[in-house]
Write a protein that binds this ligand. Structure first.
Ligand code: 6GP
Length: 837
């Protein structure tokens, strides 16, 4: 096309499309330009939020030009790409991160200051993009940062929910939920692609016919259709020109109204259908590690996977390659089972639309997909009832039954006459009604399955996927230990520590090669360095104390030990055990003489996290924490020796304040239940020690930092089943210290005990599924060891430095590189800064 242009036209474009410079004045001009034209405002009516919007738009201009260049060059080069399908991307705020990654934060800081604003205030004006629940969604966000930084050709695909995870407020100690309508103001971090619209169908029926060769062909005559509209979110890498993309789909009614209803004069009916179409991407389901089973959720999953695959296939077809080349051009990673329908959709496209043979198609499909499992909890395993599924996706159901039939025939050949085995491995569970087991479908349709930490990856091979390991062999099941991005979780969240590390190592290379942190080890004996290290932690604690004052109206001393447990509220994570131990501590202090009290280590126990709105027991845990806090915080017999706070509405931006300020944090799940955990990594990277069980990535953190720098307690994963058995059938009595705590609650020390009865019932002997009683004594002991260790501040600082120094393994750069080399088989591609043409 441009070849057809006259020379003058080409020259004009080249001359005028030079990228904007990045000096202070140019940046100021661009900010003012957005203030006056995009926002139609003037300097005299500019508040912090509008200033933020203008700065964001100016930042976005720079992101877009990188995005354009990267995507343009990738289109030409057409290397193999990876597509990361995730129903959740928990990005948090974008501005600070974008400016740091592009190396523009200082210049923007100066520009803003001179214009009469303050960078901190402007950053604080941004609302979080909270399109995720917890670990799974934040992992996807960290992986996108690493993929961009390491210059891998990668796209994320997700949904653009109108409502992200709900906002949590605490009313009378109880969690209440408020909608998070985050798009109230325009979102500057997305590019609407209103021209990219894909028609997605549901329902209807399947027509069969014979083709000219006598082969049966299936034609899905769909019932209703909606449109998927693309919104692109640019993801800049750290100190590289490379800028990747997350494409989020939004549902819209199809352009033509339902003509039948319309012609029958049923205008309202037609408009109603249109409104229903918008509902598909209206809300993120607020469950973490639990399956909702709602029809609308299944619609979301199909809408998203079908739109994404359509896009991926269209891009592949532009290259005019053979279908058999698809797995050499495209890798698709399934973030948990949520996108498993993509396997079925690709098989449908290849067989029904592209007319490939079933076997050729299936070979292509299975070489394209890989699947990450994030949990072994039974309540999280996705299952869909066959009748509901058939109503929404009749052709897909047939394909699933065929996949299952051919699969089970092969199993039967390899292990004849084992009906139990066929039953266990079947994609269809023979229940009333039948259920589709999405995890089985994902395993059968993928070439690699991975867990997210060493223990977890071992566990899935002996539990949920045991039969599949026997059938396929070990090689199909691998481990990819999770990681976190050090750019957001140290450089951005803890700027003072980042600066000290860079000064100490004489370079900022550690931000792209986290193993270089080892260089801090040599500073452990340096008392001056330790003092600086401590001063930074203290400054971060002061900042957190201010947040606590503001949000909880409680004053806490930054000289106390800050003890943190922030994560989704779930029985398996055992926040309940934590608050029970806090009650134990409270009772112990109350029973002390003044002389004894003088030697108590003051502690601030900080909780945060959301409970799924329908998770009754988890919500009672929040209520108990707040009831305990109310009593403890105003008890003069305790004073500053113990404070308890529940920080409402825990999210990514709050985490960025909490993580750098923690002395000790709690990662205390029943062994074998937390697949990995990633906040454990964030805390230790910031020099916070952790207390934890032998679960998930705690085990690998222990291996890296050494047993002197971590507080481990409780039973191991192999013991869990025996302990449950003993409890159930041998009536092991409740731990006496725990018994004392329960009695205190029952006596009404913390509000009306009737409120907490359902919670206390979960501890009944024989029912204590998460083994709080079994682990309680060792938990109390471990907490005492924390107090003792903290008394020696100098020794504590040594541990703290060693923690940070040995966390190199947990960079998401390492994780992503392992995926790229061992699962996706993709190579980095470096974008050249070559201007417009
Ligand atoms: C979470 C796991 O619970 C957590 O341990 C892990 O670190 C995280 O995934 C990232 O791998 N799982 C979920 O959030 C979930 O909903 C279906 O799994």
């Amino acid at each position: 096309e441009k070849a057809k242009w006259p020379k003058e036209t080409v020259e004009l474009w080249t001359r005028l499309s030079k990228k904007e410079a990045n000096d202070v004045e140019t940046i100021q001009r661009s900010i003012i330009h957005h203030v006056t034209t995009t926002l139609a405002r003037a300097a005299y009516n500019l508040d912090n939020f509008s200033a933020y919007q203008a700065v964001a738009l100016s930042t976005r201009d720079r992101l877009i030009s990188r995005w354009n260049e990267t995507q343009g060059q990738l289109s030409k080069k057409d290397p193999k790409r990876v597509y990361y399908l995730s129903l959740e991307f928990l990005l948090g705020r974008s501005m600070d991160n974008a400016l740091l990654n592009m190396g523009l934060k200082d210049t923007y800081g100066k520009s803003i200051e001179q214009l009469g604003f303050n960078m901190e205030d402007i950053i604080e004006s941004e609302v979080d993009a909270a399109l995720g629940n917890g670990g799974l969604g934040r992992l996807a966000a960290c992986y996108m940062d690493s993929l961009a930084t390491l210059e891998y050709p990668a796209w994320g695909y997700g949904l653009r929910y109108n409502y992200g995870i709900f906002q949590q407020r605490i009313v009378d100690g109880y969690q209440t939920e408020f909608p998070d309508y985050w798009l109230n103001f325009d979102n500057p971090w997305e590019l609407p692609r209103l021209d990219i619209s894909i028609q997605i169908s549901f329902g209807g029926h399947v027509q069969t016919s014979q083709d000219e060769y006598g082969v049966t062909r299936h034609n899905w005559i769909a019932g209703q259709s909606v449109q998927a509209i693309a919104y692109d979110v640019p993801i800049p890498g750290y100190h590289t020109e490379n800028c990747n993309n997350i494409r989020l789909w939004r549902s819209k009614p199809t352009k033509t109204f339902d003509l039948t209803s319309f012609n029958e004069g049923n205008y309202e009916r037609a408009v109603e259908d249109a409104t229903n179409a918008e509902r598909i991407t209206s809300v993120l389901y607020p469950n973490d590690n639990t399956m909702a089973g709602k029809e609308l959720r299944l619609k979301q999953q199909y809408f998203w996977t079908a739109a994404s695959l359509h896009d991926i296939v269209r891009r592949f077809k532009k290259s005019m390659r053979e279908w058999s080349d698809l797995p050499d051009q495209v890798a698709i990673q399934l973030n948990d089972t949520h996108p498993t329908l993509a396997i079925v959709e690709l098989q449908r496209i290849l067989v029904d639309v592209e007319m490939l043979s079933w076997d050729d198609a299936w070979d292509i499909v299975t070489r394209t997909f890989a699947f990450t499992n994030h949990t072994v909890l039974p309540e999280a395993m996705e299952k869909w009832s066959v009748p509901m599924f058939e109503y929404l996706l009749p052709r897909h159901l047939q394909i699933i039954f065929d996949i299952n039939l051919y699969f089970l025939q092969k199993v039967e050949l390899k292990f004849p006459n084992d009906r139990g085995l066929l039953n266990r491995m079947s994609i269809i569970e023979e229940a009333q009604p039948q259920q589709i087991r999405m995890a089985h479908l994902a395993v059968v349709g993928s070439h690699k399955i991975n867990g997210v930490a060493a223990l977890h990856s071992d566990l899935i091979k002996t539990t949920i996927f045991k039969d599949f390991v026997m059938y396929y062999g070990e090689e199909k099941f691998v481990n990819k230990t999770n990681g976190i991005t050090p750019r957001r979780w140290l450089h951005q969240a803890n700027p003072q520590l980042s600066t000290l590390i860079t000064e100490t190592l004489n370079s900022d290379k550690w931000l792209k090669d986290l193993s270089l942190l080892r260089g801090l080890e040599k500073k452990v004996p340096d008392a001056e360095f330790r003092k600086k290290w401590r001063a930074i932690k203290r400054a971060n604690k002061v900042r957190l104390a201010e947040l606590i004052k503001e949000r909880c109206h409680v004053e806490v001393s930054p000289d106390a030990l800050f003890d943190v447990q922030v994560k989704r509220i779930h029985e398996y994570k055992r926040q309940f055990m934590n608050i029970l131990a806090v009650i134990h501590r409270y009772r112990t202090i109350k029973s002390m003489t003044p002389a004894q009290k003088a030697s108590v280590q003051p502690r601030v126990v900080i909780f945060g996290g959301k409970a799924a709105p329908g998770y009754y027991i988890a919500k009672l845990v929040i209520k108990l924490i707040n009831s305990v806090a109310a009593v403890v915080n105003q008890d003069p017999a305790v004073g500053d020796l113990l404070k308890v706070v529940f920080i409402p509405d825990y999210n990514v931006s709050v985490a960025e304040v909490i993580v750098p300020a923690s002395d000790i944090s709690q990662h205390i799940s029943t062994a074998g239940t937390e697949a990995s955990g990633t906040s454990n990594m964030k805390f230790v990277l910031n020099g916070g020690l952790i207390i934890g069980t032998l679960d998930g990535a705690n085990i690998e953190i222990l291996e890296e930092i050494g047993e002197d720098n971590i507080f481990i307690f409780g039973c191991a994963a192999q013991e869990v089943e025996d302990l449950r058995h003993a409890q159930r059938y041998r009536g092991v009595p409740m731990d006496p210290a725990l018994q004392g705590v329960i009695s205190a609650i029952e006596k009404g020390v913390f509000e009306d005990p009737k409120i907490f009865q359902p919670l206390i019932s979960t501890l009944t002997v024989g029912k204590d599924f998460y083994l709080i009683s079994a682990d309680f004594a060792s938990y109390i002991t471990a907490n005492q060891q924390v107090d003792i260790a903290y008394k020696n501040q100098d020794e504590w600082s040594k541990k703290s430095i060693r923690c940070t120094a040995n966390m190199g393994k947990f960079s998401s750069d390492r994780s992503v590189k392992e995926y790229a080399d061992e699962i996706w088989n993709i190579k980095p591609y470096t974008v050249i800064d070559e201007g417009f043409l």
